[in-house]
Design a protein around this ligand. Sequence first.
Ligand code: PLP
Ligand code: ZN
Length: 439
Amino acid sequence: MTQAIERTLEPKNLTSTSTFTALRCKECGEEYEAKAIHVCEDVCFGPLEVVYDYDKIRQQVTRESIQSGPNSIWRYKQFLPVATENPIDVGTGMTPLLRANRLARRLGLNKLFIKNDAVNMPTLSFKDRVVSVALTRARELGFSTVSCASTGNLANSTAAIAAHAGLDCCVFIPSDLEAGKVLGTLIYAPTVMAVHGNYDQVNRLCCEVANTHGWGFVNINLRPYYSEGSKTLGFEVAEQLGWQLPDHIVAPLASGSLFGKIHKGFNEFVKVGLVDEKPVRFSGAQAEGCSPIAQAFKEGRDFVTPVKPNTIAKSIAIGNPADGVYALEIARKTNGNIESVTDAEIIDGMKLLAETEGIFTETAGGTTIAVLKKLVEAGKIDPDETTVAYITGNGLKTQEAVQGYIGEPLTIDPKLDSFERALERAQTLGRLEWQQTMV
Ligand SMILES: *Cc1c(COP(=O)(O)O)cnc(C)c1O
Ligand SMILES: [Zn+2]
């Protein structure tokens, strides 16, 4: 470690009410102080995870205490790795869990829900959850500059929440991102490094920068804290279903982290007695143009072979997924599936969700809906399973994807007869009729 990094690290700074105690290697079990490290440097280079004192959590938390907490992810504070009583709360979390009856009917399901993080705060993707946690911990550990390697949404979120918290921010993105993702970062005035290369190359560069500069990279040296934020997508669904677990969930896979943390969130609620134990099937969604985990699943492999991404689903285009093997393990042991869909199917998925439920999601959400459809058609989701599809990002950020695949407005003069003629034309085109006959 360089001196620059040592300077920014303070002691563990845990308090008597803190519910987490240390970091532990997921592979060999070696424990580390809860600092800004993410791999098992002393033994096996496995990933580190936060260790909690679940007896303490059980004593501190009830359904009622959670319900009377803030209307944000911080109602689950005892399950998150921060010591402060004043976390960075920008209203992240508690997004709608929508009963999706029209989409369900279209697909042939009876109990379908959409967890809608397309309207998460402040930057309209699930990444606000992980960043709220990571930057709160970054501040506790004494970092003044925060950073990330991003496929787009993470840069939006890191820049916005850093601005709110008054932290300096420098983000790294691939140079070919959608205009909405770039603009949605620049507006917060961080330093933006657009790297000629794909995400995996950006990530490799950032690992080097993390080693040479004393910055807090939310998804590198702060990754053990960051990734815990995704558990709130499990907690909220359980609470919103009336303190019950669903039968089946479908979520997108990039690094595979989100998928594993929803699983961990459900398990923790069972462990502390907030919900009854029950088997939940975990199914994952990838774009065919970047589907290393889906390929490993289909071929029955327990290792993931990296690929070079080529898909419109840029936010989930990670060719070398850090948590891929854990995602495989979870899908297999819960009797779930991992499927991939083409870019054309992704666009259809975006349109289907918009037309049936009024939700405009980005390409990652289109991937999830297209995989949901594919799994139902293949008989891999039972119509009576309570199924939750996780929509993780907003379509306004990836407008390029649907450009040319949706209708055009009918341009008319401000006169009634002009309107009537246009309406007639629209009806002959069958457009309105088609809309009226839709379930
Ligand atoms: C980052 C991202 C994901 C997946 O995240 P992982 O935890 O890396 O698997 C899914 N959807 C959207 C919109 C994202 O930005
Ligand atoms: Zn280890």
